[in-house]
Design a protein around this ligand. Structure first.
Ligand code: ATP
Length: 358
């Protein structure tokens, strides 16, 4: 069991306010990902949960017990670092069992736990090797194995896959998610990579400048970003964001007159916006079609063929570039004039304060 609760948690370094009143509840067995740009505070928040960094304000509890002042080794949470920190002179088995040996756990029990974790992580064939004779992925697994044998209530991962090549990263993502279900423990995972967050998380916590911008499932964040920051951060390629103002509004939606002239219908009940309000309209590249009757004009600036689909980067005079993604754009050539049509039911609207209006 590990239910973690953060209430108005703060971190003030000398002269720098890194975490500004974070409220967050993490359920037992949940896989939660902290994501955000460099410097947003995700590592600091993780280290505060681990006990490696002092909490300077607010309350943190584990399973209902206030944990602000509990030392790291008494929290029952195991941290796995980006640099695996393996002992080079020890074998895989010795590395994995080291913490238990220090805790004076009987040898037979250590061997049993190490063997069990090794099997789970497919390390059983390399237990006698030293770290230098392992691949990057295997080293990462040893670091995870070292945490597993301690049977923690929760795992804390700080960018654990960033030293691996792209293919291995994808494989390890799946393995970590499976491990979460298999071990039935809470996991918190820090990354700056929103694709990693989207593919792994039960819930994503988007951090920016020491505050939580939004907490939700990957699809909630994708389809209903709470604000412009989340809209721009989650999703690859990025959501197209267009400036304009509300021209008309009724119960079923609103007409948005874009600054570049076109008027886009946004279908959503009860949009909280009156005519004249300045808005930003968001439309994802896959919800934006190239169509002869499209409301927005431009020129195909660059065409990227990904095999199963094509991305068309569209230049618009005096306005921001837009991206269209579809599987039937192979015929578009650089320099072609194009017209774009956002899907009315998929577009999202943000008010002048950057907050979602839908
Ligand atoms: P990255 O992805 O680059 O690792 P991050 O989101 O994990 O970024 P943190 O390492 O948590 O960011 O740092 C958050 C902010 O706190 C940064 O602006 C950093 O410069 C600042 N910070 C971290 N440690 C200290 C410190 N000891 N003293 C002062 N400021 C610090």
């Amino acid at each position: 069991m590990a239910k973690l609760l953060l209430e108005k948690v703060e971190k003030r370094y000398e002269g720098f306010h890194a975490i500004k009143g974070v409220d967050l509840s993490i359920d037992d067995r949940e896989f939660v990902v902290f994501v955000g740009p460099s410097g947003c505070g995700k590592t600091t928040l993780l280290r505060m949960i681990a006990g490696l960094e002092e909490i300077t304000g607010g309350d943190f509890s584990i399973d209902g017990v206030r944990a602000n002042d509990i030392p790291p080794d008494k929290r029952g949470l195991a941290m796995v670092f980006q640099t695996y920190a393996l002992y080079p002179h020890m074998t895989v088995a010795e590395n994995m069992g080291f913490a238990l040996k220090m805790a004076k756990v009987p040898k037979a029990e250590i061997e049993k736990k190490v063997a069990h974790a090794a099997e789970m992580l497919q390390l059983d064939k390399v237990l006698a090797r030293r770290p230098k004779a392992l691949s990057g992925g295997q080293r990462q697994r040893v670091a995870i194995g070292r945490a597993i044998v301690r049977n923690p209530k929760g795992f804390l991962f700080d960018e654990p896959l960033s030293n691996l090549d792209a293919a291995l990263r994808v494989q390890m993502r799946t393995e970590l998610v499976k491990l979460n279900k298999q071990l039935e423990t809470t996991m918190i995972y820090v990354t700056h990579d929103q694709v990693e967050a989207m593919t792994m998380a039960d819930r994503i916590v988007v951090l920016n400048g020491g505050i939580v911008e939004q907490v939700g499932s990957p699809l909630e964040l994708y389809h209903n970003p709470a604000n412009l920051f989340v809209a721009g951060f989650i999703g690859s390629p990025k959501m197209n964001l267009l400036e304009g103002e509300i021209a008309a509004r009724d119960d079923a939606g609103a007409d948005v007159k874009l600054d570049d002239g076109g008027t886009i219908r946004v279908e959503a009940a009860n949009i909280a916006a009156a005519p004249g309000l300045r808005v930003t309209l968001g439309t994802r590249p896959e919800h934006t079609a190239l169509a002869a009757d499209g409301e927005i004009g431009g020129t195909a600036d660059f065409v990227e063929h990904l095999g199963n689909e094509t991305l068309v980067y569209v230049k618009r005079p005096g306005e921001k570039q837009m991206i269209v993604k579809a599987d039937d754009l192979a015929g578009v050539r650089m320099g072609d004039p194009v017209r774009m049509k956002p899907q009315s039911a998929r577009a999202v609207l943000f008010g002048p304060d950057g907050k979602a209006l839908l």
